[in-house]
Design a protein around this ligand. Structure first.
Ligand code: ZN
Length: 353
């Protein structure tokens, strides 16, 4: 073979060794390109002045690719499929508190990890954002996958302008031992007033208002066997106990011996120009929304209006004793419309529109 032959053999050996090393290296590189989840935490923070709940997952490296989805049969679950990712030592199932109920971490296929974040509400009602953050060596922060969920929920649906930062007392008329008026097919005033008032509350709270309810369930506010005066004063007291209260809105349904009586009425206390303004806006919005007859904005000596320390209005949504209007009052969609109308009127009251 001689010298030349030896060199060729050495060359081939060196070449093969190099190829082997490269092979090992490339498989090492492949392993290193897999993402690994390193930790999970959730906390409250502020993003552009908006309060959010943040769900944060640490990653061993940048460049995560993920896909976001929801399933119709599990509306409260946000699914994130992470490409080329292993769960590492992250626990499979974590109980959370607040808007996020639990997190499930699962390697559904080899190096394909699925996160299922369960919320207390349907995902479509949430305002949220999913994004990744690169590793920041200066701040010693690893690469992260972040899900920010707004504490205020979706602003577009079920919200209204002008109420942010204001304090409003909502009074669902009657309740508990007092059914209020009863419609020809048995609908009770107390259930309508509670349903509508709760919807108003949700809209106002979604819009950043502080809402206090005189009652939030089917109950007497003062207690069973109270006199009318005690019961009504208990409702006024709810607003007196909250010093920030700016307005008081009491929700009722009208009733009359003749089933033909129908339409919308709103009331204010005669001595209160701001109460009149509130009642007039409520009347206008309720008419526009509900399409019923206008019976006008009237002054009255009702207890809750007379004793309120703040501008107050009492609305009669419609006549529960009228067959057609009773049907409307029982309808969830119609109730939602009325609730939006009341919330809009309150927004206009505060914004001066
Ligand atoms: Zn009533």
């Amino acid at each position: 073979m001689g010298l030349f032959g030896l060199t060729v053999t050495r060359f081939i050996r060196a070449f093969l060794l190099t190829m082997l090393c490269l092979g090992i290296l490339s498989s090492l590189c492949m392993a290193a390109s897999t993402h690994e989840l390193t930790y999970f935490k959730s906390y409250e923070t502020t993003v552009d002045g908006e309060e959010v709940i943040r769900f944060e997952l640490g990653l061993n490296r940048d460049g995560l690719a993920y896909k976001e989805s929801t399933k119709a049969y599990r509306p409260n679950t946000l699914i994130l499929d992470l490409d080329d990712t292993i769960p590492g030592r992250l626990r499979h199932q974590m109980q959370l508190s607040g808007i996020g109920e639990s997190l499930k971490v699962q390697e559904v296929e080899l190096k394909h990890t699925r996160l299922q974040l369960n919320f207390t509400k349907p995902v479509e009602e949430l305002s949220y954002r999913v994004y990744t953050l690169s590793e920041n060596r200066k701040e010693r922060k690893p690469a992260r996958l972040v899900i920010d969920v707004s504490k205020r929920g979706k602003k577009a649906a079920g919200s209204t302008e002008g109420v942010e930062g204001h304090t409003i007392v909502l009074d669902a008329g009657h309740g508990g031992s007092d059914t209020g008026a009863i419609g020809p097919s048995g609908l009770t005033e107390k259930e309508v007033t509670l349903a509508v008032t709760q919807k108003v509350r949700d809209i106002l709270e979604n819009s950043g208002a502080h809402v206090v309810m005189t009652r939030d369930s089917d109950r007497d506010v003062y207690g069973v066997n109270a006199t009318d005066r005690q019961e009504l004063q208990a409702r006024v007291d709810v607003s007196l106990r909250e010093p920030a209260t700016e307005i008081f809105v009491s929700v009722h349904c009208n009733a009359f011996s003749s089933p033909s009586a129908h339409g919308v009425e709103t009331y204010y206390y005669a001595g209160s120009p701001l109460g009149y303004r509130l009642a007039a806006l409520l009347d206008e919005e309720l008419l526009r929304e509900g399409g019923l007859q206008d019976r006008g904005v009237k002054d009255a000596n009702f207890y809750v209006l007379r004793h309120s320390a703040v501008p107050a209005s009492l609305v009669e949504l419609a006549f529960i004793t009228n067959y057609q209007e009773e049907r409307l009052l029982a309808d969830d969609g119609y109730q939602s419309g009325l609730a939006e109308a009341i919330a809009r009127a309150i927004g206009r009251y505060f914004s001066g529109n």
